[in-house]
Design a protein around this ligand. Structure first.
Ligand SMILES: Cc1cc2nc3c(=O)[nH]c(=O)nc-3n(C[C@H](O)[C@H](O)[C@H](O)COP(=O)(O)OP(=O)(O)OC[C@H]3O[C@@H](n4cnc5c(N)ncnc54)[C@H](O)[C@@H]3O)c2cc1C
Length: 382
């Protein structure tokens, strides 16, 4: 496709995504939060709109749209409901991306075509004993013939209940530390893999988060993503893309909260005028708008670098750090703008604030992002 045609097509599809988020996702967001589930009909609609196939290359049944397109689609859907956006984000940035980067041709053919058709994927790295220190995982994979026998557990797996398959890592050579970790694809219905519990949360409550247990699970050696003992790099590189998706989610959450607060302050009257007319409120608005714009620009900048295969570890972390901290501040201030009503479930302001919090935590907490950014700065990558 010619570059300009592709850009025009992406803008066109984004206008449908915006419409879908506003008219179909938004009205269900409160129910999704209360019932802790994204309705199947919304996932099917995202598939029908071509969102699952968007980022998959044509060769595997997709439409080869850009990573920036994907990031903007995540942002649009997150304005209405970040749990719904996370279904798409998990399938593409967390499951498809490591296969695109490191997968064998046969793995790509087998799984990317299924993602393009609407299968949901996830990424399982975190363990009860290994969170920020991702190299300290203890799930083990032992080679037996042409398979690996896997034992251990993974916690906080997003898309857990709805994922058809997921990428996970396990120790294959314990004496070699992070150089003894291998990354695999597992199908959720492989024998020996089960969900041990659902995890109930403060925010993004519609997103299914589970703990997964491997009990002598049999994973074919052909399911290795990359090469044996090189899996730590696979998951770390995946998170570089994933963090841009989370930054987009944070931008969307903050924009959704701000849009609602803006219409409220224009109609809420105190002291004989709309509260939007008070300078104290306008200064809050100006700060929120500026922080949000900076977050968006950092996010798009990282996305553009990622799609051009330029180094962007630092940019990805900066986008995630800034956008998530800004989203937390903005959504908290939006509750403030609603006064007492913001503290009630009559309005969505409190939900946006609860949803924003996770963006400071997952795919590497913001303390870890600061470590990454400083390390990259000291290496002189800028
Ligand atoms: C809703 C949800 C969804 C998730 N989805 C997924 C998923 O799909 N796949 C997946 O693999 N994981 C997922 N996670 C896991 C998430 O990425 C981890 O929770 C996160 O990386 C932090 O790990 P931890 O919870 O073990 O915290 P810990 O690592 O125990 O950290 C606890 C605190 O210590 C701080 N800390 C740790 N080390 C340092 C340090 N060196 N310097 C300064 N501070 C430090 C942390 O920043 C944090 O504040 C999810 C988590 C949640 C809550």
């Amino acid at each position: 496709m010619v570059k300009d045609d592709k850009a025009a097509l992406e803008e066109d599809v984004l206008s449908y995504v915006r419409d879908f988020a506003k008219k179909e996702v938004g009205p269900l967001a409160k129910k999704i939060d209360e019932e802790e589930e994204v309705p199947k009909v919304l996932i099917e609609k995202m598939v029908k709109m071509g969102l699952f196939s968007s980022y998959i290359p044509e060769k595997y049944g997709g439409n080869s749209l850009s990573f920036t397109f994907l990031v903007r689609a995540i942002e649009e859907i997150s304005k209405a409901c970040p749990s719904t956006a996370l279904v798409l984000d998990g399938a593409l940035t967390l499951f498809a991306e490591p296969l695109l980067m490191f997968g064998s041709e046969s793995l790509k053919k087998k799984y990317l075509t299924r993602v393009a058709e609407g299968s949901v994927g996830g990424l399982a790295i975190t363990e009860p004993g290994a969170g920020s220190d991702a190299a300290s995982i203890s799930t083990k994979a032992v080679k037996r013939g042409s398979d690996y026998i896997v034992n251990g557990s993974k916690i906080f797996v997003s898309n857990g209940r709805i994922a058809d398959f997921f990428v996970f890592d396990a120790v294959t050579e314990p004496s070699r530390g992070h150089r003894g970790i291998t990354t695999f694809v597992a199908e959720s219905n492989y024998p020996g893999i089960r969900i041990s519990r659902d995890i109930h949360k403060m925010g993004i409550r519609g997103s299914s988060t589970v703990e997964i247990v491997f009990e002598d699970a049999v994973i074919p050696a052909e399911n290795i993503v990359g090469t044996e003992n090189d899996g730590f790099k696979v998951v770390m590189d995946t998170l570089d893309a994933g963090r841009i998706g989370i930054a987009a989610q944070a931008v969307g959450i903050a924009q959704g909260a701000l849009d609602e607060a803006m219409s409220y302050i224009k109609q809420r009257k105190q002291f004989g005028k709309a509260i939007a007319d008070f300078e104290g409120i306008q200064f809050m608005l100006a700060e929120m708008g500026t922080e949000l714009e900076a977050s968006r620009l950092l996010t798009y900048n990282a996305a553009q670098k990622w799609e051009k295969h330029e180094p962007c570890i630092m940019e990805s972390s900066m986008a995630k750090l800034h956008a998530s901290d800004a989203a937390m501040r903005i959504t908290t201030d939006c509750v403030q703008l609603f006064g007492g009503y913001g503290y009630t479930t009559d309005f969505d302001a409190e939900r946006h604030m609860r949803d924003a919090k996770i963006t400071q935590i997952y795919e590497g907490t913001n303390q870890i992002q600061r470590i990454i950014i400083a390390r990259e700065m000291l290496k002189g990558s800028r």
